[in-house]
Structure formats: C-alpha cells, structure tokens
Design a protein around this ligand. Structure first.
Ligand code: ATP
Length: 618
C-alpha cells in the first residue's frame, strides 16, 4: 500500500491533466455505450416487418401489469417509455428516414468517441512521461548525493539498470495501468448497466464465472512479480559486465581474454533470455486463459438467451443481439484488465527496487546547522582516528597526526597499508568510526560539507575526464572562470602547448574518459583543473604508471608548481616528492609506523629505508 502511495505522490503534481483525462474517459465511455446500444434500433428498423412496438416489449408491458414488486413494475414502465421516446421522437417510425438518421447518429457518435479517446491519450501521456521524468531525476540526484560506500556496495551496472530499465518498467506499468484501470472499469460498468437493463437473468449467467477467472489472474500476477525481479537482476549483471569490459578493454586485450569475456557475456545474455522467456510464458498464459473462460460465458449466454428468444419470453431478437454485442464489448476491457494486473506487478517490482535506492541515506552528510568555512588558517589534525570499511575490520587504527598550513606531507607505505583510506577521510569521503579530524580546531563533521570540499583539490591516479571539451573539463564545477584563466591554469600545468595543437584547441571534445589523449596529457589536464580551482589544501595520489621521460618531466614540473604555497597530502611514488616533502609518514597495517624527513628515516634503517631501496632508489 505504501508503494502505491509513493507512486501516487509522484502523480499528484499532474492532477489537472489527470482530471482532464478522466473527463475524456467519461465522455468516451458514454459515446461508446450509446454506439453499442444503437445497434438495437438499427436492427429493429431493418428487420421488423411493421412499425410497431417490438413484440417482446408488448410482453413486458403485460408482465408490467402484474409485476412481482411495485418497484420492478415502475422500472419496466420507465424502460418502455424510454423505448417509445427513442422510436417515436428520435428515430421516427418511417423506416427510410429512420435508417438515414441512425447512420448519421452512428457517424457522429464514432467521431465524438474518437476525439475524446485522442484527448484522453494525450493528457495521460503527459502524466506518465512527467512522472517518469521526475522519478528519473530524483533517482539521479539521489545517487549523486549518496556517499562512496553506496558505490562500493552497488555495482555500476545495477545503478544504471535502476535508472534505465526499472524506470522504463514503471513507465509501461503506469501507462498500461492508469488508462486501463480507469477506462476499462468504466466501460465495464457502463456495459453492465446496459446488460442488466436488457436482461438481468442473462447478465447473471454471464458473471457466474467471473470470480473463478479473477483468482487465476491474481495467481499469475504474483508469479510475474517474482519473475520480473529475477529478470531485472539478470539485466543488471549483463549491464555490469558490459560496463566493465568497455571501460577495461585494455586489460581484456592485454591478457588476450576476449574469448573469456565473450563467453561470460553470452552466459549472462542466456540467463537473461531464460528469465524473459519465463516471464513471457507466464504473461501470455493469462490471455488465452481469460479467453477460454470468456468462451464458456458466451456459450452459456447463447444457450440461455437463445431459449428465451425462441420461447418469445421477455427478449426481442434485436435486443438479444444487442445484449450479445454488449457482452462481447466487455471482452476486450476484461482481457486488458487481466494483463494490466500483470504489468502493474512488474512495474511494482521495479518501483520497489527504485524506492529501495531512494531510501538509502547518505552516510556522510551535513549536520543540522553546519558551520560555514571559507578558508584554511592553521592546521588539520587527526586525533586518535580509527576507521574500517566494515565494522569488524579496522583499516586505520588510532592515528594521530597534525599537518600545518603550507606543509607538504608525503605518505608512503606498503600496498594495502591504508594510504588512500587516510587521505579519503580528509574531504570526508568517509567519517572515522572513532576519534575525529579537525580543521583549524573544528571537527570536520560540524563543517558545511560543500565548503569543506571547496577548500580541497584532489588529483588521483586515475584521471577522470568527461566527454566534453578540454575547456569544460578544466573548468569543471567552475563555470564562472574565463577562457584566459583556464589558459593560465593550463600553462601552469604544462598543458597549454598540446591543447593549442588540438584540432579545435580548448573547444576540442576529448571523448569519453579522455581516450583521445595520452596518459601524461590527461594527467596535466587534471592538474590544470586543480590549479584553476586554486584550493588551499591539495590531495595528490601520484600515478604509479611510468610515463616516458619527457612526459614525466612535464607532469613533475606541473605538480611542483601546483603544490607551491599549498598544504598537501601526497601519496608519494616519486623520489623527488619524498626528497622535497617537509615530512614523510610511513603507514603500515593502518598505523603510522615512522615519520620524519627523508635523511632521518633512511638513517633510522626501518621500513622506510627498505621501501626506499625497493621503490624510490632507482
Ligand atoms: P595501495 O598503495 O595499494 O593503493 P593503500 O595503502 O592506499 O594501498 P588502501 O587502498 O587505503 O591502501 O586500503 C587499505 C585496506 O582497506 C586494504 O586492505 C583494502 O583491501 C581495504 N579497502 C580499500 N577500499 C575498500 C573498500 N571500498 N571496501 C572495503 N575494503 C577496502
């Protein structure tokens, strides 16, 4: 129920269009019913031998004279008067003129019915597409706000699948759902009223089988919901593999793993294929089943109604045919209703997955009334900080550390020791589980998060560039910067020369993730981005992959210029960095095991000395 209410909350802003659609549906139903009914006078006009009140009506009048209850008598009388009015006034007793009038009436009714159908479809499309747009935007902005731990828990393919496939499923479920759920019941009610008016006994026969068919349809719906969830998970697997191989194509090729990846992908498409087949089997079962049940109803009516006509009881032949048409006109809405239930179940399963993501709370967020910060004045301090990605396994243990403004702190240590984790705590990508980190004496958790991050520039090993121009990549998040400022930053980062030689200079599109640039060029663009941002604090993860000597020198120069006059945390991989650093800390198994300047640490003959011989001493 909560799920329905949440979807309804998305529909609420579109109430005017929804109302418009409802009104159109009402008119559509009205004209459609009159159209179905018009067959009775039509048949009567063509086939009756003389102009008179239909024989069955005469029988009914007789019956009305001795009705079982006074109310039934009044009802039959009213029905008769209505018939009289239609035959006398509206159609006329002259058969030729009546035919003309009836044809004209049918054309008019068709036209009006179509106009309202069209308008209803337009209003409804507005609602559906609007809702889908809103859900998609909400989902996207929500996952953008979620903390990094969400991305570590959730595969990229799964996230993409939520925003693309699941939202589309909700869309098809709303589109199938609302129109069919409003229009078809209305049409059914209208048809039911007409059917009961013509013969309540026959209507009763027709509906004997309804509860049975509803139970079957319900059972199919539950199965479909379960199968749809499995199928969407398979789709997420598929998207994940696709995304991994496309972004890791170099590794795949380098290890000659193309055939392995192709087989893996084929395995996943096959699993998806099977899950879809299962859904199709279940979904398509409901249609023939409903049809079979309907055929049973039809035979019942033919037998029971046919006998009434043959025995001249209560029902004129044209009324019997009209009744049959009305009952058959109910088939389509019932059939659609049966499949709409299934579609809604699929959509609900998708909505559940979407809301599951929307319900995730960012683990790192602003406190109520966070403190604004605009500058960094004196020092950053780690006070007995412990942190683990999982509660039971600490990655950083009881770290105490202070870094003063303007200091360059080089962080070294064996792989997996916790260097990246340590620097990730500074921009609050994660919060410590114990202890606190302060900036100028204030706990980071009390500061306005966006202000804190504005104070920091981050250059990581993997340079992330977007599929956009060089200019917009350098000025990412800094729309107010002029071209001159961007060029100046590129100059500092040793990037201006190669950018100027690109086909459209700063306007050149660098392609998704910067594939058209060399490794060194990408790094220099990332450095230019940090230079332009001009933050007081720098977090640098030096690339381990070796560049050619010329490129290496250019990148090194750029980094040195970037670090000048700033406070920097550098995960160091280059000898020059450790030599120039004000202080080096050695992190091993999540603890600071040594700290000092290069010479002191080499002389101490500990872990640093070993690392230095292996890593830096080339
Ligand atoms: P390297 O030099 O190889 O990059 P590092 O010193 O930077 O290593 P970290 O990346 O900080 O080390 O990792 C420290 C520990 O935390 C490792 O044992 C690693 O497996 C674990 N770890 C890192 N990221 C996550 C994560 N997102 N979820 C769970 N564990 C993680």
């Amino acid at each position: 129920m909560k799920l329905y209410l949440r979807i309804l909350a998305y529909i609420k802003p579109y109430w005017a269009h929804l109302l418009g659609s409802l009104v159109c549906i009402l008119f559509f139903t009205l004209f459609n019913s009159v159209l179905t009914l018009s067959v009775i006078p039509f048949l009567n006009t063509i086939f009756s031998q003389e102009q008179q009140t239909p024989p069955a009506a005469a029988a009914e009048i007789q019956a009305a004279a001795s009705p079982s209850t006074p109310a039934a008598g009044r009802w039959l009388q009213a029905k008769e008067q209505m018939k009289e009015w239609v035959y006398d006034r509206l159609i006329g007793r002259d058969r030729h003129r009546a035919l003309q009038r009836l044809c004209l009436l049918i054309v008019m009714l068709f036209f009006l019915k179509s106009v309202f159908d069209y308008l209803q479809a337009y209003f409804m499309a507005f609602v559906e597409q609007g809702v889908i747009r809103d859900i998609r935007n909400d989902l996207y902005s929500h996952i953008n706000r979620l903390s990094l731990d969400f991305y570590h828990r959730t595969r990229a393919g799964q996230i993409i699948s939520r925003i693309t496939n699941d939202v589309t499923l909700v869309n098809s479920s709303i589109s199938a759902g609302f129109v069919t759920l409003i229009k078809n019941p209305l049409m059914l009610i209208a048809a039911l009223i007409l059917a009961v008016t013509l013969s309540w006994r026959l209507t009763l026969v027709a509906f004997l089988v309804a509860p049975f068919s509803m139970a079957i349809i319900g059972w199919i719906g539950v199965r479909l919901r379960r199968e749809s969830t499995i199928s969407q998970e398979r789709m997420a697997d598929l998207t994940s593999t696709l995304q991994e191989t496309v972004s890791g194509v170099r590794v795949v090729k380098a290890f000659a793993m193309e055939n392995f990846e192709i087989r893996k992908f084929a395995g996943e498409t096959d699993r998806y294929f099977r899950s879809l087949l299962k859904i199709t089997r279940t979904r398509n079962l409901s249609s023939p089943l409903t049809e079979f049940l309907a055929a049973g109803v039809a035979v019942g009516i033919l037998w029971f109604g046919g006998r009434q006509v043959l025995e001249g009881q209560m029902l004129a032949p044209e009324e019997f045919i009209g009744f049959l048409l009305i009952v058959f006109s109910m088939m389509q809405p019932i059939k659609e209703l049966s499949s709409v239930h299934n579609r809604i179940q699929e959509g609900l399963a998708a909505a559940e997955r979407i809301f599951h993501v929307l319900d995730q709370k960012p683990t790192v967020q602003n406190r109520a009334h966070p403190i604004p910060v605009n500058d960094f004045a004196s020092c950053i301090a780690f006070e007995q900080v412990s942190f683990g990605y999982h509660r039971d396994r600490l990655v950083l243990k009881d770290i105490s550390l202070q870094i003063s403004k303007g200091e360059c702190l080089a962080i070294v240590g064996p792989s997996g020791g916790g260097k990246s984790t340590l620097v990730d705590l500074v921009p609050r990508f994660y919060d410590p589980q114990k202890g606190r980190i302060t900036l100028d004496g204030l706990d980071l958790r009390d500061l306005e998060l966006s202000h804190l991050r504005r104070l920091m520039g981050i250059v990581t090993q993997e340079t992330i560039l977007f599929n956009d121009s060089v200019l917009r990549n350098i000025a990412y998040g800094l729309e107010d910067k002029t071209l001159e400022e961007v060029m100046e930053a590129a100059n500092v980062a040793n990037a201006h020369d190669f950018i100027s030689q690109l086909p459209q200079g700063y306007e050149t599109n660098i392609g998704e993730r910067g594939v058209t640039l060399s490794g060194g060029q990408r790094q220099r663009i990332a450095i230019a981005r940090a230079v332009l941002k001009n933050p007081p604090i720098l977090i640098l993860d030096e690339a381990t992959s070796a560049l050619d000597t010329e490129s290496e020198i250019l990148v090194q120069q750029a980094i040195e210029r970037l670090m000048k006059h700033r406070t920097s945390f550098v995960i160091a991989h280059r000898l020059s960095t450790v030599l120039n650093a004000d202080r080096i800390i050695v992190i091993d198994h999540g603890a600071v095991v040594e700290q000092g300047r290069h010479d002191e640490l080499v002389q101490a003959g500990g872990l640093y000395q070993k690392l230095y011989t292996m890593q830096f001493h080339t």
